[in-house]
Ligand binder design. Structure first.
Ligand code: SAH
Length: 234
């Protein structure tokens, strides 16, 4: 069964956005994944189609109403067990590992917050998993949902032209990726490292792994600590 994404948003026109282009767009045309952008406002019941209200306890901004959002979630999740995610700066930071787990499933239901956020009770009552794409604040969950979906879709089976190209990438082995080079052999006085044009595949693999270790150590020692034993073994 193809991967199904349902996105609950006040701006359905923002979807599929960039996911309608390139490999993701072609995969969508081939039916390898689908996206249903649901307008949360369609689940408001009053004449003004209100989706937000002032924060209890006072303060700036508005909060998405639990009743309206719950109806939207319930309509999207009828008889299916897809994980229900809420894009949120308070969420667990997104990792390649979580992306892989989500890509292995049937799909996702993603709620995009707006304003100050959503009523806490709907997060609890509908078991929403809060997911953050980084320690900064966006004005809405839509770009975050597009980031999450991008990361998932590119690793769905058959989406990337060459399925092997995912294997050595940053984070896949707990390390950042080695540097890349392509022709011309010499450019602005800089040469491609000789080993890469040596034809010695064993030596090339070794060089790439060393470079990955070096870059990760310099830039992301936290990743190196986590990768720990496994990186030393290989
Ligand atoms: N008042 C909130 C921020 C709300 S930003 C706070 O300080 O925590 C409005 C919406 O943008 C959020 O509900 C969420 O859906 C989305 N958003 C903002 N930053 C995000 C991030 N880093 N990751 C994922 N979603 C984010």
């Amino acid at each position: 069964m193809a991967f199904r994404a349902s996105v609950l948003t006040l701006y359905p026109e923002m979807f599929p956005g960039h996911l309608g282009f390139s490999l993701a767009g072609k995969a969508m045309e081939r039916g390898q994944w689908s996206l249903d952008a649901v307008q949360i406002r369609d689940f408001a019941t009053d004449k003004h189609r209100t989706v937000d209200d002032t924060p209890a306890g006072g303060g700036a901004g508005m909060v998405l109403k639990p009743d309206v959002l719950a109806r939207a979630i319930d309509s999207a999740s009828q008889d299916d067990a897809r994980p229900r995610l809420l894009m949120s700066p308070r969420g667990r930071p997104l990792t390649q590992q979580r992306v892989r787990e989500l890509a292995a499933g049937d799909g996702v239901i993603i709620v995009c917050g707006r304003f100050e956020g959503v009523d806490q009770r709907v997060i609890e009552a509908r078991g929403l998993e809060e997911v953050s794409i980084g320690d900064y604040v966006l004005s809405g969950g839509e770009p975050a949902a597009l980031v999450l979906l991008d990361a998932i879709i590119r690793i769905l089976p058959g989406v990337m032209g060459n399925d092997l190209s995912g294997l050595h990438e940053s984070f896949e082995g707990g390390l950042l990726e080695h540097p890349h080079y392509t022709r011309p052999q010499e450019w602005e006085g800089r040469d491609i490292p000789a080993i890469l044009t040596s034809g010695n595949h064993g030596a090339i693999e070794k060089w790439r792994h060393q470079e990955a270790l070096r870059l990760t150590g310099e830039r992301r020692p936290d990743l190196l600590e986590r990768a720990g034993a496994s990186a030393q073994k290989s």
